[in-house]
Design a protein around this ligand. Structure first.
Ligand code: F6R
Length: 598
Protein backbone atom coordinates (compact mmCIF):
# COMPACT_ATOMS: atom_id res chain seq x y z
CA UNK A 1 0.00 0.00 0.00
CA UNK A 2 2.84 2.37 0.77
CA UNK A 3 4.30 1.66 -2.68
CA UNK A 4 0.91 2.43 -4.24
CA UNK A 5 0.70 5.68 -2.30
CA UNK A 6 4.23 6.55 -3.34
CA UNK A 7 3.23 6.33 -6.98
CA UNK A 8 0.20 8.53 -6.32
CA UNK A 9 1.91 11.01 -4.02
CA UNK A 10 2.27 13.48 -6.89
CA UNK A 11 -1.49 13.99 -6.64
CA UNK A 12 -1.30 15.41 -3.12
CA UNK A 13 1.27 15.41 -0.35
CA UNK A 14 -0.11 17.38 2.57
CA UNK A 15 -0.54 14.22 4.64
CA UNK A 16 -0.69 10.46 4.25
CA UNK A 17 -2.44 7.66 6.08
CA UNK A 18 -3.54 4.06 5.93
CA UNK A 19 -6.19 1.96 7.63
CA UNK A 20 -6.15 -1.83 7.75
CA UNK A 21 -8.80 -4.35 8.69
CA UNK A 22 -7.29 -6.59 11.33
CA UNK A 23 -9.31 -9.24 13.05
CA UNK A 24 -12.53 -7.26 13.41
CA UNK A 25 -10.88 -3.92 14.15
CA UNK A 26 -9.54 -0.97 12.21
CA UNK A 27 -5.84 -0.29 12.71
CA UNK A 28 -4.67 2.99 11.33
CA UNK A 29 -1.77 5.42 11.19
CA UNK A 30 -1.78 8.84 9.57
CA UNK A 31 0.68 11.71 9.55
CA UNK A 32 0.87 15.28 8.36
CA UNK A 33 3.43 15.97 5.65
CA UNK A 34 4.87 13.74 3.01
CA UNK A 35 4.51 9.98 2.82
CA UNK A 36 7.99 9.63 4.30
CA UNK A 37 6.59 10.76 7.69
CA UNK A 38 4.05 7.96 7.63
CA UNK A 39 6.68 5.44 6.58
CA UNK A 40 8.90 6.49 9.47
CA UNK A 41 6.02 6.17 11.92
CA UNK A 42 5.17 2.70 10.63
CA UNK A 43 8.79 1.64 10.78
CA UNK A 44 8.85 2.67 14.44
CA UNK A 45 5.54 1.01 15.34
CA UNK A 46 4.74 -1.61 12.71
CA UNK A 47 1.17 -2.42 11.76
CA UNK A 48 -0.09 -6.02 11.63
CA UNK A 49 0.14 -8.02 8.39
CA UNK A 50 -3.30 -8.03 6.76
CA UNK A 51 -4.78 -8.37 3.27
CA UNK A 52 -7.39 -5.60 3.21
CA UNK A 53 -6.75 -1.92 3.63
CA UNK A 54 -7.07 1.59 2.27
CA UNK A 55 -4.65 4.51 2.05
CA UNK A 56 -4.58 8.13 1.02
CA UNK A 57 -2.36 11.09 0.31
CA UNK A 58 -4.11 14.41 0.78
CA UNK A 59 -4.25 17.78 -0.88
CA UNK A 60 -5.97 19.80 1.83
CA UNK A 61 -9.31 21.46 1.13
CA UNK A 62 -11.18 21.53 4.47
CA UNK A 63 -8.92 22.04 7.44
CA UNK A 64 -5.16 22.46 7.63
CA UNK A 65 -2.75 19.60 6.81
CA UNK A 66 -2.44 18.08 10.29
CA UNK A 67 -2.37 14.52 11.66
CA UNK A 68 -5.95 14.88 12.79
CA UNK A 69 -7.23 16.02 9.41
CA UNK A 70 -5.27 13.34 7.55
CA UNK A 71 -7.28 10.49 6.01
CA UNK A 72 -8.46 7.77 6.64
CA UNK A 73 -11.27 8.98 8.89
CA UNK A 74 -13.19 6.59 11.07
CA UNK A 75 -16.79 6.49 12.27
CA UNK A 76 -17.78 6.95 15.89
CA UNK A 77 -17.55 3.23 16.68
CA UNK A 78 -14.34 2.85 14.59
CA UNK A 79 -16.20 0.27 12.54
CA UNK A 80 -15.69 2.09 9.26
CA UNK A 81 -12.56 3.72 7.83
CA UNK A 82 -12.84 5.94 4.82
CA UNK A 83 -10.71 8.04 2.46
CA UNK A 84 -11.98 10.73 0.13
CA UNK A 85 -10.90 12.94 -2.75
CA UNK A 86 -12.97 15.92 -3.83
CA UNK A 87 -15.35 18.12 -1.88
CA UNK A 88 -18.65 17.17 -0.25
CA UNK A 89 -20.48 20.41 -0.79
CA UNK A 90 -23.36 19.80 1.63
CA UNK A 91 -21.07 18.65 4.42
CA UNK A 92 -21.95 21.55 6.74
CA UNK A 93 -25.60 20.57 6.79
CA UNK A 94 -24.73 16.88 7.25
CA UNK A 95 -22.27 17.71 9.97
CA UNK A 96 -24.87 19.82 11.75
CA UNK A 97 -27.31 16.91 11.71
CA UNK A 98 -24.71 14.44 12.99
CA UNK A 99 -23.60 16.81 15.75
CA UNK A 100 -27.15 17.32 16.94
CA UNK A 101 -27.43 13.53 17.10
CA UNK A 102 -24.48 13.56 19.50
CA UNK A 103 -21.63 12.67 17.13
CA UNK A 104 -18.36 14.37 18.09
CA UNK A 105 -16.22 15.27 15.11
CA UNK A 106 -12.58 14.38 15.32
CA UNK A 107 -11.44 16.56 12.39
CA UNK A 108 -12.22 19.72 10.42
CA UNK A 109 -12.76 17.81 7.18
CA UNK A 110 -15.82 17.35 5.03
CA UNK A 111 -14.75 13.72 4.68
CA UNK A 112 -15.43 12.67 8.22
CA UNK A 113 -19.19 13.10 7.82
CA UNK A 114 -19.19 10.35 5.20
CA UNK A 115 -17.51 7.92 7.64
CA UNK A 116 -20.19 8.60 10.26
CA UNK A 117 -22.99 8.33 7.73
CA UNK A 118 -21.67 4.99 6.49
CA UNK A 119 -21.51 3.68 10.02
CA UNK A 120 -25.08 4.84 10.67
CA UNK A 121 -26.16 2.87 7.61
CA UNK A 122 -24.27 -0.26 8.65
CA UNK A 123 -26.00 -0.15 12.01
CA UNK A 124 -29.33 -0.63 10.19
CA UNK A 125 -28.07 -4.04 9.06
CA UNK A 126 -27.19 -3.37 5.41
CA UNK A 127 -23.77 -4.32 4.01
CA UNK A 128 -21.06 -1.81 3.09
CA UNK A 129 -22.03 -1.75 -0.59
CA UNK A 130 -25.65 -0.83 0.11
CA UNK A 131 -24.52 1.58 2.83
CA UNK A 132 -22.29 3.34 0.29
CA UNK A 133 -25.11 3.58 -2.26
CA UNK A 134 -27.45 5.04 0.36
CA UNK A 135 -24.91 7.56 1.62
CA UNK A 136 -23.84 8.70 -1.84
CA UNK A 137 -27.40 9.55 -2.84
CA UNK A 138 -27.41 12.16 -0.08
CA UNK A 139 -24.09 13.78 -0.97
CA UNK A 140 -23.55 16.78 -3.24
CA UNK A 141 -20.30 17.79 -4.87
CA UNK A 142 -17.41 15.82 -6.26
CA UNK A 143 -16.07 12.80 -4.50
CA UNK A 144 -14.27 9.53 -4.70
CA UNK A 145 -14.85 7.58 -1.51
CA UNK A 146 -13.18 4.31 -0.54
CA UNK A 147 -14.19 2.50 2.63
CA UNK A 148 -13.67 -0.66 4.64
CA UNK A 149 -15.86 -2.22 7.33
CA UNK A 150 -14.04 -3.95 10.20
CA UNK A 151 -16.89 -6.47 10.45
CA UNK A 152 -16.61 -7.45 6.79
CA UNK A 153 -12.87 -7.84 6.21
CA UNK A 154 -13.04 -9.24 2.67
CA UNK A 155 -14.66 -6.26 1.02
CA UNK A 156 -13.53 -2.79 -0.04
CA UNK A 157 -16.21 -0.48 -1.41
CA UNK A 158 -15.70 2.70 -3.40
CA UNK A 159 -17.86 5.29 -5.11
CA UNK A 160 -17.23 8.06 -7.57
CA UNK A 161 -18.87 11.23 -8.72
CA UNK A 162 -16.82 13.71 -10.78
CA UNK A 163 -13.55 12.51 -9.33
CA UNK A 164 -11.25 9.77 -10.64
CA UNK A 165 -11.35 6.12 -9.61
CA UNK A 166 -10.07 3.06 -11.47
CA UNK A 167 -10.12 -0.62 -10.61
CA UNK A 168 -7.08 -2.88 -11.04
CA UNK A 169 -7.97 -6.47 -11.87
CA UNK A 170 -5.46 -8.97 -10.54
CA UNK A 171 -5.45 -12.70 -9.95
CA UNK A 172 -6.67 -13.48 -6.47
CA UNK A 173 -6.31 -9.77 -5.67
CA UNK A 174 -8.00 -6.60 -6.83
CA UNK A 175 -7.17 -2.93 -6.43
CA UNK A 176 -8.68 0.53 -6.43
CA UNK A 177 -6.81 3.74 -7.15
CA UNK A 178 -7.19 7.31 -8.37
CA UNK A 179 -4.82 6.34 -11.14
CA UNK A 180 -3.52 3.09 -12.57
CA UNK A 181 -0.03 4.07 -11.36
CA UNK A 182 -1.18 2.91 -7.90
CA UNK A 183 -1.32 -0.75 -8.93
CA UNK A 184 0.70 -0.92 -12.16
CA UNK A 185 3.30 -2.98 -10.31
CA UNK A 186 0.69 -5.72 -9.79
CA UNK A 187 -1.53 -5.63 -12.85
CA UNK A 188 -2.00 -3.81 -16.16
CA UNK A 189 -5.63 -4.90 -16.45
CA UNK A 190 -7.89 -2.07 -15.42
CA UNK A 191 -11.55 -1.15 -15.34
CA UNK A 192 -13.03 2.32 -15.65
CA UNK A 193 -16.28 3.35 -14.07
CA UNK A 194 -19.00 5.78 -14.96
CA UNK A 195 -20.15 8.70 -12.87
CA UNK A 196 -22.31 7.91 -9.85
CA UNK A 197 -21.24 4.30 -9.53
CA UNK A 198 -20.30 2.16 -6.57
CA UNK A 199 -17.77 -0.62 -6.92
CA UNK A 200 -17.15 -3.48 -4.54
CA UNK A 201 -13.94 -5.46 -4.68
CA UNK A 202 -13.08 -8.69 -2.92
CA UNK A 203 -10.13 -11.00 -3.42
CA UNK A 204 -12.00 -12.83 -6.16
CA UNK A 205 -14.31 -10.36 -7.81
CA UNK A 206 -15.42 -6.89 -8.76
CA UNK A 207 -19.03 -5.75 -8.93
CA UNK A 208 -20.41 -2.41 -10.01
CA UNK A 209 -23.74 -0.70 -9.43
CA UNK A 210 -25.34 2.72 -9.71
CA UNK A 211 -26.00 4.81 -6.59
CA UNK A 212 -29.55 3.45 -6.80
CA UNK A 213 -28.32 -0.15 -6.63
CA UNK A 214 -28.94 -1.03 -10.29
CA UNK A 215 -26.26 -3.50 -11.44
CA UNK A 216 -23.81 -2.02 -13.95
CA UNK A 217 -20.70 -3.02 -15.88
CA UNK A 218 -17.36 -1.24 -15.85
CA UNK A 219 -15.31 -1.07 -19.05
CA UNK A 220 -12.15 -3.16 -18.95
CA UNK A 221 -8.97 -2.03 -20.68
CA UNK A 222 -5.30 -2.86 -20.82
CA UNK A 223 -2.78 -0.27 -19.66
CA UNK A 224 -0.19 0.17 -22.39
CA UNK A 225 2.67 1.34 -20.20
CA UNK A 226 4.45 -0.43 -17.40
CA UNK A 227 6.22 0.19 -14.14
CA UNK A 228 9.35 1.60 -15.77
CA UNK A 229 7.31 4.56 -17.04
CA UNK A 230 6.45 5.37 -13.45
CA UNK A 231 10.09 5.32 -12.26
CA UNK A 232 12.78 7.98 -12.43
CA UNK A 233 15.17 5.96 -14.53
CA UNK A 234 18.38 7.40 -13.09
CA UNK A 235 17.23 11.03 -13.07
CA UNK A 236 17.04 13.04 -9.86
CA UNK A 237 13.48 14.15 -10.59
CA UNK A 238 10.53 12.86 -12.58
CA UNK A 239 10.30 16.33 -14.07
CA UNK A 240 13.82 16.13 -15.49
CA UNK A 241 13.17 12.64 -16.81
CA UNK A 242 9.97 13.84 -18.43
CA UNK A 243 11.72 16.82 -20.05
CA UNK A 244 14.20 14.40 -21.60
CA UNK A 245 11.40 12.10 -22.75
CA UNK A 246 9.96 14.84 -24.93
CA UNK A 247 11.43 13.80 -28.29
CA UNK A 248 9.85 10.36 -27.81
CA UNK A 249 6.57 11.83 -26.55
CA UNK A 250 6.30 14.19 -29.52
CA UNK A 251 7.07 11.36 -31.95
CA UNK A 252 4.50 9.09 -30.28
CA UNK A 253 1.85 11.78 -30.48
CA UNK A 254 2.46 12.12 -34.22
CA UNK A 255 2.43 8.40 -34.88
CA UNK A 256 -0.22 6.97 -37.17
CA UNK A 257 -1.89 10.27 -37.99
CA UNK A 258 -1.42 10.02 -41.78
CA UNK A 259 -3.42 7.51 -43.78
CA UNK A 260 -2.09 5.62 -46.80
CA UNK A 261 -3.83 8.23 -48.99
CA UNK A 262 -1.69 10.91 -47.31
CA UNK A 263 -4.70 12.43 -45.57
CA UNK A 264 -4.70 13.21 -41.89
CA UNK A 265 -6.75 10.86 -39.74
CA UNK A 266 -7.59 11.33 -36.12
CA UNK A 267 -8.97 8.00 -34.91
CA UNK A 268 -10.72 9.16 -31.80
CA UNK A 269 -12.19 12.24 -33.47
CA UNK A 270 -15.78 10.89 -33.54
CA UNK A 271 -17.06 14.21 -34.95
CA UNK A 272 -18.09 13.91 -38.57
CA UNK A 273 -16.50 16.01 -41.31
CA UNK A 274 -19.88 17.66 -41.80
CA UNK A 275 -20.04 18.60 -38.10
CA UNK A 276 -16.62 20.16 -38.42
CA UNK A 277 -17.45 21.98 -41.65
CA UNK A 278 -20.36 23.64 -39.86
CA UNK A 279 -18.13 24.98 -37.09
CA UNK A 280 -18.06 28.76 -37.22
CA UNK A 281 -16.33 29.49 -33.93
CA UNK A 282 -13.95 27.62 -31.66
CA UNK A 283 -13.61 28.21 -27.94
CA UNK A 284 -10.65 26.57 -26.27
CA UNK A 285 -10.97 26.01 -22.53
CA UNK A 286 -8.18 24.88 -20.27
CA UNK A 287 -6.24 25.74 -17.12
CA UNK A 288 -2.61 26.58 -16.38
CA UNK A 289 -0.10 25.11 -18.76
CA UNK A 290 -2.86 23.58 -20.88
CA UNK A 291 -4.29 27.07 -21.31
CA UNK A 292 -0.98 28.22 -22.79
CA UNK A 293 -1.12 25.31 -25.25
CA UNK A 294 -4.57 26.63 -26.16
CA UNK A 295 -3.12 30.07 -26.84
CA UNK A 296 -0.67 28.54 -29.33
CA UNK A 297 -3.56 26.61 -30.90
CA UNK A 298 -5.38 29.87 -31.54
CA UNK A 299 -2.51 31.16 -33.70
CA UNK A 300 -2.36 27.91 -35.64
CA UNK A 301 -6.10 27.41 -36.16
CA UNK A 302 -6.80 30.99 -37.14
CA UNK A 303 -3.88 31.02 -39.55
CA UNK A 304 -4.49 27.66 -41.19
CA UNK A 305 -8.28 27.45 -40.99
CA UNK A 306 -9.52 31.04 -40.79
CA UNK A 307 -11.97 30.12 -38.02
CA UNK A 308 -12.20 32.59 -35.13
CA UNK A 309 -10.83 31.12 -31.91
CA UNK A 310 -11.32 32.30 -28.34
CA UNK A 311 -9.15 30.92 -25.57
CA UNK A 312 -10.72 30.99 -22.14
CA UNK A 313 -9.63 29.98 -18.66
CA UNK A 314 -11.83 27.03 -17.71
CA UNK A 315 -12.54 28.47 -14.27
CA UNK A 316 -13.93 31.69 -15.79
CA UNK A 317 -15.76 30.24 -18.77
CA UNK A 318 -19.19 29.45 -17.31
CA UNK A 319 -19.42 32.68 -15.39
CA UNK A 320 -19.25 35.04 -18.33
CA UNK A 321 -22.34 33.54 -19.93
CA UNK A 322 -20.49 32.60 -23.12
CA UNK A 323 -22.28 32.69 -26.45
CA UNK A 324 -22.48 29.08 -27.57
CA UNK A 325 -24.42 27.54 -30.42
CA UNK A 326 -24.52 24.11 -32.02
CA UNK A 327 -21.95 25.41 -34.51
CA UNK A 328 -19.47 26.30 -31.79
CA UNK A 329 -16.74 23.75 -31.27
CA UNK A 330 -15.45 23.77 -27.72
CA UNK A 331 -11.98 22.30 -27.37
CA UNK A 332 -11.02 21.26 -23.84
CA UNK A 333 -7.32 20.74 -23.24
CA UNK A 334 -6.42 18.74 -20.16
CA UNK A 335 -3.41 16.54 -19.54
CA UNK A 336 -5.08 14.70 -16.67
CA UNK A 337 -8.62 14.69 -18.03
CA UNK A 338 -9.86 15.27 -14.50
CA UNK A 339 -9.48 19.02 -13.89
CA UNK A 340 -12.75 20.04 -12.26
CA UNK A 341 -12.79 23.56 -13.72
CA UNK A 342 -12.41 22.19 -17.24
CA UNK A 343 -14.92 19.41 -16.68
CA UNK A 344 -17.60 21.81 -15.47
CA UNK A 345 -16.88 24.09 -18.42
CA UNK A 346 -17.45 21.31 -20.98
CA UNK A 347 -20.63 20.28 -19.23
CA UNK A 348 -21.87 23.83 -19.57
CA UNK A 349 -20.94 23.85 -23.26
CA UNK A 350 -22.76 20.60 -23.91
CA UNK A 351 -25.86 21.85 -22.14
CA UNK A 352 -25.85 24.69 -24.68
CA UNK A 353 -25.66 22.07 -27.46
CA UNK A 354 -22.12 22.90 -28.53
CA UNK A 355 -19.86 20.08 -29.63
CA UNK A 356 -16.95 19.29 -27.38
CA UNK A 357 -13.62 17.89 -28.45
CA UNK A 358 -11.00 17.16 -25.83
CA UNK A 359 -7.24 16.91 -26.04
CA UNK A 360 -6.16 14.63 -23.25
CA UNK A 361 -3.29 12.44 -22.09
CA UNK A 362 -5.20 10.09 -19.81
CA UNK A 363 -7.10 7.26 -21.36
CA UNK A 364 -10.58 6.78 -19.99
CA UNK A 365 -10.52 9.88 -17.79
CA UNK A 366 -13.66 11.91 -17.26
CA UNK A 367 -13.15 14.80 -19.69
CA UNK A 368 -12.68 12.63 -22.81
CA UNK A 369 -15.50 10.38 -21.69
CA UNK A 370 -17.84 13.33 -21.58
CA UNK A 371 -16.66 14.81 -24.90
CA UNK A 372 -18.02 14.23 -28.39
CA UNK A 373 -14.55 13.52 -29.68
CA UNK A 374 -11.03 13.25 -28.31
CA UNK A 375 -7.49 13.52 -29.53
CA UNK A 376 -5.29 11.56 -27.17
CA UNK A 377 -1.76 12.79 -26.68
CA UNK A 378 0.73 10.01 -26.12
CA UNK A 379 3.04 11.49 -23.54
CA UNK A 380 2.85 8.47 -21.20
CA UNK A 381 2.28 9.09 -17.50
CA UNK A 382 3.39 12.52 -16.31
CA UNK A 383 4.30 12.35 -12.66
CA UNK A 384 6.25 15.57 -11.99
CA UNK A 385 3.64 18.06 -10.84
CA UNK A 386 4.89 20.70 -13.28
CA UNK A 387 3.72 19.74 -16.73
CA UNK A 388 6.42 19.39 -19.40
CA UNK A 389 5.95 16.55 -21.87
CA UNK A 390 2.23 16.99 -21.33
CA UNK A 391 2.55 20.51 -22.73
CA UNK A 392 4.62 19.55 -25.77
CA UNK A 393 2.25 16.78 -26.74
CA UNK A 394 -0.73 19.09 -26.27
CA UNK A 395 0.93 21.45 -28.74
CA UNK A 396 1.28 18.57 -31.19
CA UNK A 397 -2.39 17.68 -30.77
CA UNK A 398 -3.35 21.33 -31.33
CA UNK A 399 -1.36 21.45 -34.56
CA UNK A 400 -2.97 18.19 -35.68
CA UNK A 401 -6.41 19.53 -34.92
CA UNK A 402 -5.69 22.75 -36.81
CA UNK A 403 -4.41 20.84 -39.84
CA UNK A 404 -7.32 18.43 -39.72
CA UNK A 405 -9.80 21.31 -39.71
CA UNK A 406 -7.90 22.89 -42.61
CA UNK A 407 -8.17 19.60 -44.51
CA UNK A 408 -11.90 19.20 -43.81
CA UNK A 409 -12.74 22.82 -44.51
CA UNK A 410 -10.39 23.01 -47.48
CA UNK A 411 -8.64 26.14 -46.21
CA UNK A 412 -5.20 24.67 -47.01
CA UNK A 413 -4.18 22.52 -49.94
CA UNK A 414 -3.23 18.93 -49.30
CA UNK A 415 0.40 19.58 -50.17
CA UNK A 416 0.57 22.46 -47.70
CA UNK A 417 -0.78 20.23 -44.96
CA UNK A 418 1.67 17.49 -45.91
CA UNK A 419 4.50 20.02 -45.74
CA UNK A 420 3.61 21.02 -42.16
CA UNK A 421 3.29 17.34 -41.22
CA UNK A 422 6.80 16.78 -42.60
CA UNK A 423 8.02 19.70 -40.51
CA UNK A 424 6.29 18.25 -37.44
CA UNK A 425 7.97 14.91 -38.10
CA UNK A 426 11.32 16.67 -37.77
CA UNK A 427 10.44 18.20 -34.41
CA UNK A 428 11.54 15.27 -32.19
CA UNK A 429 15.06 15.64 -33.59
CA UNK A 430 14.96 19.40 -33.05
CA UNK A 431 13.78 18.99 -29.46
CA UNK A 432 16.60 16.51 -28.95
CA UNK A 433 19.13 19.02 -30.26
CA UNK A 434 17.97 21.50 -27.61
CA UNK A 435 18.23 18.84 -24.91
CA UNK A 436 21.76 18.06 -26.06
CA UNK A 437 22.69 21.56 -24.93
CA UNK A 438 21.12 21.22 -21.49
CA UNK A 439 24.46 21.95 -19.75
CA UNK A 440 24.42 25.44 -21.25
CA UNK A 441 21.01 26.10 -19.72
CA UNK A 442 21.99 24.59 -16.37
CA UNK A 443 25.01 26.90 -16.19
CA UNK A 444 22.72 29.85 -16.86
CA UNK A 445 20.34 28.69 -14.13
CA UNK A 446 23.22 28.38 -11.67
CA UNK A 447 24.25 31.95 -12.50
CA UNK A 448 20.81 33.14 -11.45
CA UNK A 449 20.39 31.35 -8.16
CA UNK A 450 20.41 34.72 -6.38
CA UNK A 451 17.76 36.32 -8.59
CA UNK A 452 14.54 37.30 -6.85
CA UNK A 453 12.57 38.00 -9.98
CA UNK A 454 12.74 36.91 -13.63
CA UNK A 455 10.73 38.30 -16.53
CA UNK A 456 9.90 36.50 -19.77
CA UNK A 457 9.14 38.20 -23.06
CA UNK A 458 7.66 36.78 -26.22
CA UNK A 459 5.52 37.73 -29.17
CA UNK A 460 2.97 35.84 -31.25
CA UNK A 461 3.42 32.08 -30.61
CA UNK A 462 6.36 33.00 -28.38
CA UNK A 463 4.07 34.87 -26.00
CA UNK A 464 2.43 31.74 -24.53
CA UNK A 465 5.94 30.27 -24.33
CA UNK A 466 6.98 33.25 -22.19
CA UNK A 467 3.94 32.73 -19.96
CA UNK A 468 4.71 29.03 -19.63
CA UNK A 469 8.37 29.73 -18.81
CA UNK A 470 7.26 32.08 -16.04
CA UNK A 471 4.72 29.59 -14.68
CA UNK A 472 7.36 26.85 -14.49
CA UNK A 473 9.63 29.12 -12.48
CA UNK A 474 6.87 30.21 -10.10
CA UNK A 475 5.70 26.67 -9.54
CA UNK A 476 8.93 24.95 -8.72
CA UNK A 477 11.47 27.69 -7.88
CA UNK A 478 8.95 29.88 -5.97
CA UNK A 479 10.39 32.96 -7.67
CA UNK A 480 8.53 35.98 -8.82
CA UNK A 481 8.30 35.40 -12.55
CA UNK A 482 6.07 37.05 -15.11
CA UNK A 483 5.60 36.60 -18.80
CA UNK A 484 4.69 39.50 -21.06
CA UNK A 485 3.85 40.08 -24.67
CA UNK A 486 6.93 42.09 -25.60
CA UNK A 487 4.83 44.85 -27.19
CA UNK A 488 2.98 45.42 -23.92
CA UNK A 489 6.10 46.20 -21.97
CA UNK A 490 6.12 49.88 -22.73
CA UNK A 491 2.52 50.14 -21.51
CA UNK A 492 3.50 49.57 -17.91
CA UNK A 493 5.63 46.56 -17.00
CA UNK A 494 8.86 48.21 -18.16
CA UNK A 495 8.73 50.10 -14.87
CA UNK A 496 9.79 46.81 -13.23
CA UNK A 497 13.08 46.78 -15.08
CA UNK A 498 16.09 47.63 -12.95
CA UNK A 499 19.82 47.04 -13.12
CA UNK A 500 20.64 43.35 -13.52
CA UNK A 501 17.04 42.05 -13.75
CA UNK A 502 17.19 38.85 -15.79
CA UNK A 503 14.79 38.87 -18.75
CA UNK A 504 14.39 35.74 -20.85
CA UNK A 505 13.45 36.73 -24.37
CA UNK A 506 11.93 34.31 -26.87
CA UNK A 507 12.92 35.77 -30.23
CA UNK A 508 10.65 34.76 -33.13
CA UNK A 509 12.24 33.16 -36.19
CA UNK A 510 13.25 35.63 -38.90
CA UNK A 511 10.51 34.14 -41.12
CA UNK A 512 8.24 36.78 -39.59
CA UNK A 513 10.37 39.83 -40.39
CA UNK A 514 8.30 42.51 -38.76
CA UNK A 515 7.67 40.53 -35.65
CA UNK A 516 11.33 39.67 -35.33
CA UNK A 517 12.39 43.29 -35.66
CA UNK A 518 9.76 44.49 -33.20
CA UNK A 519 10.99 41.93 -30.70
CA UNK A 520 14.51 43.22 -31.16
CA UNK A 521 13.35 46.73 -30.34
CA UNK A 522 11.67 45.45 -27.17
CA UNK A 523 14.92 43.75 -26.13
CA UNK A 524 16.91 46.92 -26.74
CA UNK A 525 14.47 48.91 -24.62
CA UNK A 526 14.91 46.70 -21.57
CA UNK A 527 18.63 46.40 -22.04
CA UNK A 528 18.98 50.16 -22.19
CA UNK A 529 17.42 50.19 -18.72
CA UNK A 530 19.93 47.77 -17.25
CA UNK A 531 18.21 44.40 -17.72
CA UNK A 532 20.33 41.30 -18.28
CA UNK A 533 18.93 39.85 -21.50
CA UNK A 534 18.97 36.08 -21.89
CA UNK A 535 17.86 35.47 -25.46
CA UNK A 536 16.59 32.36 -27.21
CA UNK A 537 16.93 32.87 -30.94
CA UNK A 538 17.23 30.64 -33.97
CA UNK A 539 20.61 29.49 -35.25
CA UNK A 540 22.22 31.99 -37.57
CA UNK A 541 20.28 34.97 -36.20
CA UNK A 542 23.23 37.32 -35.80
CA UNK A 543 21.06 40.42 -35.53
CA UNK A 544 20.33 39.59 -31.93
CA UNK A 545 23.99 39.30 -30.85
CA UNK A 546 24.59 42.96 -29.93
CA UNK A 547 21.60 42.98 -27.57
CA UNK A 548 21.92 39.60 -25.91
CA UNK A 549 23.91 39.30 -22.69
CA UNK A 550 23.50 35.56 -23.15
CA UNK A 551 22.42 33.89 -26.37
CA UNK A 552 21.02 30.37 -26.52
CA UNK A 553 20.39 29.16 -30.05
CA UNK A 554 17.34 27.22 -31.08
CA UNK A 555 17.06 25.09 -34.21
CA UNK A 556 15.56 26.77 -37.27
CA UNK A 557 11.88 25.84 -37.39
CA UNK A 558 8.72 27.49 -38.76
CA UNK A 559 7.25 30.33 -36.70
CA UNK A 560 4.13 28.48 -35.60
CA UNK A 561 6.07 25.40 -34.51
CA UNK A 562 8.71 27.30 -32.57
CA UNK A 563 6.99 26.82 -29.17
CA UNK A 564 7.92 23.11 -29.38
CA UNK A 565 11.60 23.94 -29.18
CA UNK A 566 11.55 27.31 -27.39
CA UNK A 567 9.84 26.07 -24.25
CA UNK A 568 12.39 23.31 -23.61
CA UNK A 569 15.25 25.55 -22.37
CA UNK A 570 12.75 27.32 -20.12
CA UNK A 571 11.72 23.99 -18.57
CA UNK A 572 15.37 23.04 -18.05
CA UNK A 573 16.10 26.48 -16.56
CA UNK A 574 13.29 26.19 -14.01
CA UNK A 575 14.15 22.59 -13.15
CA UNK A 576 17.80 23.37 -12.52
CA UNK A 577 17.20 26.61 -10.65
CA UNK A 578 14.70 24.90 -8.34
CA UNK A 579 17.17 22.04 -7.79
CA UNK A 580 19.92 24.50 -6.93
CA UNK A 581 17.60 26.25 -4.49
CA UNK A 582 17.00 22.90 -2.78
CA UNK A 583 13.31 22.63 -3.57
CA UNK A 584 11.36 19.45 -4.15
CA UNK A 585 10.95 19.80 -7.90
CA UNK A 586 8.46 16.97 -8.32
CA UNK A 587 6.22 17.97 -5.47
CA UNK A 588 6.24 21.75 -5.18
CA UNK A 589 4.58 23.29 -2.16
CA UNK A 590 0.80 23.84 -2.13
CA UNK A 591 0.26 22.11 -5.47
CA UNK A 592 -1.17 18.80 -6.64
CA UNK A 593 -1.02 17.14 -10.00
CA UNK A 594 -4.67 16.64 -10.61
CA UNK A 595 -6.89 19.50 -9.51
CA UNK A 596 -10.20 17.75 -9.02
CA UNK A 597 -11.80 20.53 -7.01
CA UNK A 598 -13.22 23.80 -8.35
C1 F6R B 1 1.55 23.51 -14.56
C2 F6R B 1 0.46 22.56 -14.51
C3 F6R B 1 -0.91 23.08 -14.33
C4 F6R B 1 -1.88 22.28 -15.21
C5 F6R B 1 -3.33 22.69 -14.92
C6 F6R B 1 -4.31 21.96 -15.82
O1 F6R B 1 2.77 22.90 -14.69
O2 F6R B 1 0.68 21.38 -14.60
O3 F6R B 1 -1.00 24.43 -14.59
O4 F6R B 1 -1.55 22.51 -16.54
O5 F6R B 1 -3.64 22.41 -13.59
O6 F6R B 1 -4.20 20.58 -15.68
P1 F6R B 1 -4.76 19.58 -16.76
O7 F6R B 1 -4.01 19.77 -18.02
O8 F6R B 1 -4.56 18.22 -16.17
O9 F6R B 1 -6.22 19.92 -16.93
Amino acid sequence: MIEGLRRLEYRGYDSAGIALVDDGTIVSDKRAGKLANLEKAIAESPLPPVTTGIGHTRWATHGPPTDRNAHPHVGRARRVALVHNGIIENFAELRGRLESAGVEMASDTDTEVAAHLLEEQLETGVDLTVAMQNVCRGLNGAFTLVAVDSQDPDRVVAARRNSPLVVGIGEGENFLGSDVAAFIEHTREAMELDQDQVVTITREGVSVSGFDGTPAEGRRYHVDWDLSAAEKDGHDWFMRKEIFEQPRAVADSLLGRRGTDGLLQLDEMRLSDQDLRDVDKIIIIAAGTSFYAGMVAKYAIEHWCRIPVEVELASEFRYRDPILTSDTLVVAISQSGETADTLQAIRHAREQRSKVLSICNTNGSTIPRESDGVIYTHAGPEIGVASTKGFLTQLVACYLLALYLAQVKGTRFGDEIAQVMDQLDQMPAHVQSVLDKSEEVYALARDHVGSRSVLFLGRHAGYPVALEGALKLKEIAYLHAEGFAAGELKHGPIALVEEGLPILCVVPPRGRDQLHDKMLSGIQEVRARGACTLCLAEEGDTTIEPYADVLFTLPQVPVLLQPLVAVVPLQLFACELATQLGHDVDQPRNLAKSVTVE
